[in-house]
Write a protein that binds this ligand. Structure first.
Ligand SMILES: Nc1nc2c(c(=O)[nH]1)N[C@H]1C(S)=C(S)[C@@H](COP(=O)(O)O)O[C@H]1N2
Ligand SMILES: [Mo]
Length: 445
């Protein structure tokens, strides 16, 4: 944008806007975390270009291409950084239940290390002394199970063939913080996702061992974690998948992650893994699996939980429960993991940009990046996945030819022909499935 114009508009800034600028700058400089992201969101979306320019602290090079109301990536905020045993640099949303996401730049590894895998608990984690693998048992039951059986973890490991797959685990609420009006629940930015390798046995082999009746339509899980109330008769979450999904080759009962014990908060010593579906189906600390003759009706399977309206709705609409459908396949998505958002880079010097892209079904065909708010795009190189349901790595190089503030946007296209919305997908009451382009801030100096 032309300097004279930005200067002129700055001198015309009203006292109110100046106050807003100061507040935005002060909060950014102090690194203060907003206690109320809802207000912050409304507040930022009303700022003028001059105020936004002041808040990001540099001229916005493609300001003329910036969509109105866009909150610059430079001002996006995650939750409090805090330490959790075995985790490193995660941002914590909540302690009870424990919920923490991973900043994008810490997801740069091709295979997500244990210390960087997010945590999403709905209840209270089981006491560590209850997680002894030598004493762990798994019960298979339900009205559509022919021969209900209880297996020890050792029996599971001995009886069935082992499989190792790299698979994406992503919370359906990942990205929720950008919806407006906001949905209640954890205000995930982009870090409710990871892609470690998982080792275990096929769920199909175990279910067939227990016998699947011909009327089976669904499976459900029960974990060893407690409901927040501490009431032992209630589950914190008990979800599942249709029998067809349960019988897929990649649907696993896993006892190892990245070749080691699963971290305690990620469901040790045994959890479910379903590729391409919401992570809420991937029961942690799994003690029991039921084969059902109806759609599983456990905790968080009904009402609005993990459901989307069956038709597009205007933001803020109250959707009746009967019009909400269970989320199955996850949408196409991508993440920029290098550089870290907010860095400065020398003008005209080559900049490596890279990350991952994934989709619930099929694979990633193309990833494009933009420096001008989506006006023009450059194609990145995309690698093949390690296996079905693994994320794919992409990379490219860019040059920032003029000093100032830029955003880098990434957009993936999958084999179904689905791509990512540039700013936001359609609003939904619970704030699920935000697969908009990942945006990072960068300043050329
Ligand atoms: N037993 C149990 N399983 C669970 C949950 C839980 O709270 N308890 N949370 C679910 C949800 S909503 C998500 S997003 C994933 C998170 O897995 P992670 O904590 O290993 O990242 O676990 C799922 N499985
Ligand atoms: Mo989740």
């Amino acid at each position: 944008m032309k300097k004279s114009e930005s200067q002129r508009s700055q001198t015309q800034t009203s006292p109110h806007e100046l106050h807003v600028q100061d507040a935005a700058r002060a909060s950014r400089q102090a690194g203060e975390r907003d206690k109320d992201p809802l207000n912050r969101r409304g507040f930022l979306s009303r700022l003028s270009l001059a105020s936004i320019t002041a808040a990001v602290g540099a001229e916005i090079v493609f300001a003329d291409k910036m969509p109105a109301g866009l909150i610059p990536a430079a001002l996006a905020q995650g939750a409090e950084p805090m330490s959790i045993a075995g985790k490193d640099g995660l941002s914590i949303f909540n302690n009870r239940p424990l919920v923490a996401e991973t900043p994008a730049h810490l997801l740069d590894d091709e295979i997500t290390p244990a210390k960087y895998l997010f945590v999403r608990n709905n209840g209270l984690s089981p006491a560590p002394e209850l997680l002894d693998p030598a004493k762990w048992t798994l019960e298979i039951a339900g009205e559509s199970c022919e021969k209900p059986v209880t297996l020890t973890l050792n029996e599971l490991k001995q009886k069935f063939k082992h499989h190792t797959l790299q698979m994406v685990l992503e919370c359906a609420g990942n990205g929720r913080s950008e919806f407006n009006p906001p949905a209640t629940g954890n205000q995930w930015t982009t870090g409710g996702v990871g892609c470690p390798t998982w080792t275990g046995v096929r769920l199909r082999d175990v279910l067939e061992h227990a016998g699947i009746k011909s009327d089976a339509v669904y499976i459900g899980y029960y974990g060893a974690d407690l409901h927040l109330s501490g009431d032992v008769k209630k589950s914190s979450i008990s979800r599942g998948v249709p029998i067809k999904k349960a019988l897929e080759n990649e649907s696993l009962l896993v006892f190892a992650m990245n070749g080691q014990d699963i971290p305690m908060e990620n469901g040790a010593p045994l959890r479910l893994m379903f590729g391409g579906w919401p992570a809420s189906t991937c029961g942690k600390w799994v003690k029991k699996i039921v084969i059902r003759d109806r759609e599983h009706d456990g905790e968080k399977m009904t009402g609005h939980s993990y459901r989307m309206p069956r038709y597009p709705v205007a933001p803020g609409t109250k959707v009746p429960a009967e019009d909400m459908v269970i989320i199955e396949t996850m949408p196409v998505k991508s993440l920029i993991t290098l550089p870290k958002s907010g860095i400065t880079h020398p003008v005209s010097e080559e900049l490596t940009v890279r990350g991952h892209a994934w989709t619930g079904e099929g694979d990633i065909r193309e990833v494009h990046v933009s420096l001008d708010f989506g006006s023009t795009w450059q194609k990145a190189e995309v690698r093949a996945p390690a296996n079905r349901y693994a994320w794919q790595h992409w990379s490219t190089t860019l040059r920032l030819t003029k000093k100032g503030y830029y955003e880098i946007w990434a957009r993936a296209l999958d084999s179904r022909g689905h791509s990512q919305p540039m700013v936001l997908p359609g609003w939904n009451p619970e704030g699920y499935l935000n697969n908009s382009c990942h945006r990072i801030a960068i300043q050329a100096v």
